[in-house]
Write a protein that binds this ligand. Structure first.
Ligand code: ZN
Length: 77
């Protein structure tokens, strides 16, 4: 009978678990990702820019043929 299971206690502290920032090109070295990373979001307002940069950072960005309208414009209407 083995009683060793679950006996693996971690001996290192968890202090640096958030040291590394997420990088979308860490595993994905495709040209598409490089292009997206190099893309500058000109012609959009600051709020949209932040959203776009967030999307790029977390690999959620899909290039659009037409730039989307600012979401805050819709909110105001
Ligand atoms: Zn905006």
């Amino acid at each position: 009978m083995s009683s060793q299971k679950g006996n693996m206690t971690r001996s290192w502290p968890q202090t640096h678990q958030n040291m590394f920032t997420f990088k979308n090109d860490k595993f994905d070295k495709s040209v598409q990702t490089k292009k997206i990373n190099a893309k500058r979001h000109d012609g959009v307002c600051q709020c949209c820019k932040e959203v776009l940069e967030w999307r790029v950072k977390y690999s959620k960005y899909k290039p659009l043929s037409k730039p989307k309208k600012c979401v805050n414009v819709y909110k105001r209407q």
